[in-house]
Design a protein around this ligand. Structure first.
Ligand SMILES: Cc1ncc(COP(=O)(O)O)c(C=O)c1O
Length: 444
């Protein structure tokens, strides 16, 4: 019988060599949690256990794992055109993918700029917004507005507009940005779907910022349609519509970060469509290529692109781009991913299965220390009362225990987040809820 090795043969030198992102390195390396393979809804750990993926990897493997069609498309692309220079030259697949994405997107969000990640998409969007106003003859419109508890990746633009204090406070001054308040209101606790209270009033806090800074100085407001990383913080009914109205009234661009909400998580292709609010710029990554190959895409409205199309034709209209923008292998992975979303009608499936998901999560309301439960589509969060003097530890213990019991979840602060692949079965949703119930009864 093969020897079980929870370290997968790694030496301590090898473990120490990798400085892991967003991870307590010392805690992890003392007791590593290693996956060695994945298929469908499950990971297999180094010590041979099967773990149900309740988090789509990291909000990205929406189709589940080990999709043959994606692997084949990637292999085929690698052997036919492994790389093509991203600047001044092109390859046909990126144009086909761009057209396909444009056709999926609401309204005239039909000009697509490719990058390599959600963080790059965020910074790209912010730069486009500023450069747009300059191209429009209004160079003073450079200020950016984000929202408390927002997450837009980890680059300097993203952490400036973002509002998660832990991701900002150790890195010194970022951009000078104003923040709307987050939309987590006590009167909305245990709402199912979009909460009822406070929508318009919370959006109108933008007027305070406009009064302070002057709309003539503000380029854009950037928000996630619902905040994912901070623990599925939903916009109260009417919030996004009011934000759109105020941006229109004051000539401010509205940017939706759909890195999590894009590609079906809400039951529609994009949250913009689901909530009936059209942003000027929309950022995506993650589910665009099922997490198999890194890719990000920024969608701009046609008029924004057109504004840039001026000046000498040989000069790049936007001095921005990445070596891996529109990487052919990533484009191939995305094409295959979109094929599967379509052929298996997986956005419809999210819609069909999300009432069961909602029921299962809200069934945990009576468990000890649960102070709020939130959900939309296949995204959900269970918020726990922080333990005195040890914020974040209770949720961490729950998630680590769930991993031991064969379910992958994620914690952020004292919130446990659940975001399974769209192929999840109802029995597997029940397994997640039952595992959580048992653990919540015992974690003090
Ligand atoms: C809304 C949002 N924007 C941006 C990002 C950053 O994406 P990446 O980690 O690919 O840079 C994330 C990642 O979780 C996200 O949730």
């Amino acid at each position: 019988m093969a020897e079980i090795d929870s370290l997968a043969g790694l030496s301590s030198d090898e473990l120490n060599a990798h400085w892991m992102p967003f991870t307590g390195n010392r805690q992890f390396k003392a007791d590593p949690r290693l996956f060695v393979s994945a298929e469908g809804m499950h990971y297999t750990t180094a010590d041979g256990r099967s773990v149900l993926d309740g988090f789509s990897g990291l909000w990205c493997s929406n189709l589940g794992h080990g999709r043959r069609e994606i692997a084949d498309a990637v292999a085929q692309q690698l052997t036919s055109l492994d790389y093509s220079p991203a600047f001044q030259f092109g390859h046909p697949l990126s144009f086909k993918l761009a057209k396909r994405l444009a056709d999926m997107a609401p309204g005239d969000l039909n000009r697509i700029f490719f990058c390599g990640s959600g963080s790059e998409a965020a910074d790209t969007a912010l730069k486009i917004a500023r450069a747009y106003w300059r191209a429009n003859g209004r160079p003073e419109k450079i200020r950016l507005v984000g929202r408390a508890q927002g997450y837009h990746g980890v680059n300097f633009g993203g952490i400036s507009v973002g509002g998660m204090v832990g991701n900002r406070k150790t890195f010194g001054p970022a951009l000078d940005v104003d923040h709307l308040p987050h939309t987590l209101l006590p009167e909305n606790r245990f709402s199912r779907g979009l909460p009822d209270h406070g929508g318009e009033a919370m959006a109108e806090r933008l007027l305070d910022i406009i009064e302070l800074q002057g709309a003539e100085n503000i380029a854009a407001v950037m928000v996630e349609p619902f905040a994912g990383s901070a623990g599925v913080i939903l916009p109260p009914k009417g919030y996004l519509k009011r934000l759109r109205e105020l941006c229109d009234q004051h000539d401010i661009l509205l940017i939706f970060d759909e890195v999590i909400t894009g590609f079906g998580r809400t039951g529609s292709a994009f949250a913009a469509e689901e909530f009936g609010v059209l942003p000027d710029i929309l950022t995506t990554a993650k589910g665009i290529s099922n997490g198999a190959i890194p890719l990000g895409a920024v969608f701009a409205r046609e008029g924004i692109y057109d504004t840039f199309m001026q000046g000498p034709e040989h000069i790049p209209e936007l001095a921005h781009g990445y070596t891996y923008s529109a990487h052919p292998v990533a484009c191939a992975a995305a094409m295959a991913t979109l094929d599967i979303y379509e052929s298996e009608k997986l956005f419809d499936r999210v819609r069909e299965i999300s009432p069961h998901f909602e029921e299962a999560l809200h069934g945990l309301k009576d468990c000890p220390n649960v102070i709020d439960i939130r959900n939309y589509g296949l995204a959900g969060a269970i918020q726990l009362q922080p333990r005195d003097g040890e914020p974040g530890k209770r949720a961490m213990e729950v998630v680590l225990e769930a991993y031991k019991r064969g379910v992958l979840l994620r914690w952020t602060g004292d919130t446990i987040a659940v975001a399974p692949p769209f192929i999840i079965e109802t029995a597997q949703i029940d397994q997640i809820a039952q595992t959580l119930r048992e653990i919540l009864q015992t974690v003090a």
